[in-house]
Ligand binder design. Structure first.
Ligand SMILES: [Zn+2]
Length: 338
């Protein structure tokens, strides 16, 4: 339960891409507790290293940044027009509570609504309108009726709006939240670090890269330790029609929109999963790119894999089960021990 509670704690720290300092500091403290030394990159990511017997390294990455919103325009009626941070559909955030964070540290609450939210006023139009950047807005919970009223609160263009994470653990072992992508994997890497520390010096050096710009595509493009031979993006898998991924298993991705992952590495992972009776799936994603894809595109000479727990309804109201988290930890531990 300890790590599920830590996951809930992390989910409740707002960290949209571009505003991740507090979440990075949380993970840094957890590595410190495990006595794993860390350093910050210029870009604000976190690198943690457990020295092994050989200098050759395996690098595991997970991203702490999430989807979010930014104030695009303060409208003359006191509402806020928004700009999306990361890729998601407006429908998935309609009605969501947000916290607006100003440059001078003030916070205000609000709600994401369409410009035609009341069915008593707009009737069928409410249902039929397409949701887009122009007709979605934030209603601020303050007495504001003009642009000037809003500016007096200290709210400016560029302020982040944090989506309510809605984190919840259920008796049946599920964890629900908007931001399981990829905070579930950050907690998986902390568990992996804990297990490695307990079993003594690993054969190979193990690096952990907690990246902070994955949702916009350039997370793990920089500061991958030079001795890295093998790179794992630990990120969510997507269950759904026509997919193999499951909320109760670890998925070893064969391919995504960035192309195939390293075949030799996939064979090794499948063999390890079979040997250790780990519940695993193999899957392909048509609309997906990982931090491993980003690292490859940036020109790193690495063997890359993408593995992770199945997360239902990704970039919407996400959910996974403790089983998927546990199976992912088991597979990564098995790989490190080889
Ligand atoms: Zn992700």
């Amino acid at each position: 339960m300890k790590w599920m509670n830590k996951l809930e704690e992390l989910l409740n720290i707002p960290s949209p891409t571009g505003d991740t300092e507090e979440a990075i500091a949380f993970v840094e403290k957890e590595f410190k507790t495990l006595k794993v030394p860390t350093e910050r990159t210029n870009k604000g990511a976190l690198l943690a290293t457990i020295e092994g017997e050989s200098d050759e390294a395996i690098t595991f990455s997970a991203h702490v940044d999430t989807l979010g919103l930014m104030v695009k325009e303060i409208k003359s009626n006191g509402r806020l027009r928004l700009s999306k941070v990361g890729g998601f559909s407006w429908i998935s955030v309609e009605g969501e509570y947000v916290t607006i964070s100003t440059l001078d540290g003030k916070e205000y609450t609000g709600t994401v609504l369409s410009t035609k939210a009341s069915t008593h006023i707009f009737s069928d139009e409410t249902n039929n309108m397409k949701r887009d950047d122009d007709n979605m807005e934030v209603r601020i919970d303050e007495k504001v009726e003009s642009k000037e009223d809003v500016e007096k609160l200290g709210i400016r263009v560029g302020d982040f709006c944090y989506l309510d994470p809605r984190a919840e653990l259920t008796e049946s072992g599920f964890v629900k939240s908007r931001h399981l992508d990829d905070k579930a994997a950050v907690i998986i890497l902390l568990q992996l670090a804990e297990k490695i520390k307990k079993s003594g010096k690993p054969k190979k050096t193990i690096n952990f890269l907690i990246s902070n710009y994955e949702e916009v595509g350039h997370g793990a493009t920089a500061r991958i330790p030079e001795n890295t031979r093998v790179f794992f993006a630990v990120d969510m898998a997507n269950p759904g029609p026509g997919q193999e991924s499951s909320e109760y298993s670890v998925t070893i991705a064969a391919k995504d929109s960035s192309g195939p992952y390293d075949l030799g590495l996939r064979k090794e992972l499948v063999a390890l999963a079979e040997k250790h009776k780990i519940s695993y799936k193999t899957d392909i994603y048509n609309y997906y790119g990982s931090d491993a894809s980003a690292a490859l595109r940036a020109g790193h000479d690495i063997r890359a894999a993408l593995v992770g727990p199945g997360v239902d309804a990704s970039h919407s109201m996400e959910r996974t089960h403790k089983d998927a988290i546990d199976e992912t930890v088991k597979l990564l531990v098995a790989y490190v021990e080889v």
